[in-house]
Every structure is written in C-alpha cells, then in structure tokens.
Design a protein around this ligand. Sequence first.
Ligand SMILES: NC(=O)c1ccc[n+]([C@@H]2O[C@H](COP(=O)([O-])OP(=O)(O)OC[C@H]3O[C@@H](n4cnc5c(N)ncnc54)[C@H](OP(=O)(O)O)[C@@H]3O)[C@@H](O)[C@H]2O)c1
Length: 271
Amino acid sequence: MARRRLNGLRILLTGASSGIGFAMASQLVNAGADVLVTARRRERLELLAQQTQSATGKLHLLDGDLTLASHRAALIRWCDEHWQGLDVLINNAGAGAIGPFALANVERLRRVMEVDFFAPVELTRLSIPLLQRGNRPAILNIGSVLAHRAVPNKSEYCAAKFALRGWAEALRVELAPMHIEVLMVSPSTTRSEFFDSLVDTDPNTPSKSVGSMSPEQVATKAISALVRSKREMILSLGGKALVAMGRWLPSLTDRVLEKTIPAASKPTSPE
Ligand SMILES: NC(=O)c1ccc[n+]([C@@H]2O[C@H](COP(=O)([O-])OP(=O)(O)OC[C@H]3O[C@@H](n4cnc5c(N)ncnc54)[C@H](OP(=O)(O)O)[C@@H]3O)[C@@H](O)[C@H]2O)c1
C-alpha cells in the first residue's frame, strides 16, 4: 500500500500536553499536518503551540477532560465546523495505576477504564461519520505491550489496554467496508510523565519510570506506523520478547513475573 502523506492531513490527537502525545503533535505539525490537540492542561498545549509556530502545518487546541461526554462532543463539533471531515483520529491520552488489585479501591478500576477505554472508544464512535468524509481515513490507537501480555500490580491498566485492543480488532473488520483503517501501536516503558500521574497509587510504590525509549522515539515510530498503515506494531525488542514468551511459555512467564512483585505488596497468608 502507498505511504500516507502527512502534509495537509486533518488529525485529532488526544493527550498532547506531555510525553508521547506532545512529541507526536510536534512531529506531525512539522511534517505539514493540520492537528487539533487536546488534554486538560491548557498551559502545556499553549507551550506546544509556541514551539510549533514556525512549522509548516497548523496546530489548534481545545482543552478539556476526555472522560466527559461534553468535551468529546465539543471536539467532534470543532472538526465538523472547521474541517467538515477528519482524516486521522489518534487515541493517545491514557493513565496508569500500580499496586495490588486486592488492596485497591473500586474507583481505581473505574477511573482507569474511563480514561484508557471508554473515553477513546466513545470519541471514536462520534468520529466515524467525520472519518467517512476523510481522505484515506484512519484511527490510530496507542496501546501498550501490556495489551498483549499482562503483568502483576498493573491489573487495571492491563485490563483497560486489553479491552482497547479487543475492541480495536473487532472495529478494524467492521470499518473495513468504509475504508477506515484501524491501527494500533504498543509501546513499552517510555520516559514520560506517565509515572507521575498514576491513578490512586501510593506515591511510594516502586515503579519502573526509567525506560529505554524517549517519547520522541515512540512518536516517530507511531507516525511511521500511520504512514505505512501498520495494523499492529509492538515497539521494543523487550516488549516483543515478553509477548512471545507469554504466548509460548505462559506458565514460566507467570513464574518469572511473580518474582518481580515487590515484597511489600505480596499478600500475607492467614495465620
Ligand atoms: N509511558 C509509558 O511507559 C507507556 C508505555 C506504554 C503505553 N503508554 C501509553 O502511551 C500513551 C501516552 O502516555 P505517555 O507515556 O505520553 O504519558 P503522559 O506523559 O502521562 O501523557 C498522558 C497524556 O494523556 C492526557 N490525559 C490523561 N488523562 C486525561 C483526561 N482525563 N482527559 C484528557 N487528557 C488526559 C494527559 O494530559 P492532561 O494531564 O493535561 O489531561 C497527557 O497529555 C498512553 O495511552 C499510555 O497508556 C505509555
């Protein structure tokens, strides 16, 4: 399939105030795309606008909370009024949580599912009529290697990303007759602000916040997946190894992962 040209593409990108989304927005606008970015922190989106003001593409911002139906509707209205269509939706906004499932409150699961699953899925539902009027339309979901193999102490996040991947797989086939592509890119640990904004997580919880990839590297790979219409892409070698090991040696993988649980969060056996 021919490579997708970024110049002039009309893109709605979520989660652009930091990390992977910030880097993707910057790279896309520099490549000539017309990008509507969103996130809750308006000052960060303004910083992005400043940094990209001499780019060949255009950046537009609309801040708000994606878990609110009213904000999702406002984004779609903006695209309809200004563009009368949409070429690419990038579902990137997300949040994690760390800690044992048994000790967490009900709200943690609900919040993670709202941000990582219901918000992108419902935004996508609203965007389909606009994408049908788009130029070689596509939906790019930023998943996670944890959407392919789950790990302990991140059960809520894994569940949300697995749900996103399962939904996307069904949608890919449903939208094929409309010629709307559904793509998924799955990063491993990335050096973003992700580990500073964990949902209902004890700030002393150890987390592997130093990753091997920078947000800029992940953004470049995600954009190349969009350009080349790659339906599924796992970004790191470590991620690919974990997924392969989980698939072919599931019990051994469970045992190896069990050893990664910090002693402090292991359940105690009854006396
Ligand atoms: N970092 C990693 O290790 C890693 C690994 C695999 C996959 N991922 C995935 O990559 C994506 C980007 O994460 P990142 O690493 O770039 O993390 P990040 O730096 O924390 O960025 C997350 C983005 O999501 C936005 N967001 C969060 N909750 C929101 C809400 N309720 N409404 C609107 N926007 C919201 C944040 O903006 P505001 O706070 O301003 O609203 C921010 O722009 C996520 O889907 C994440 O699951 C990350």
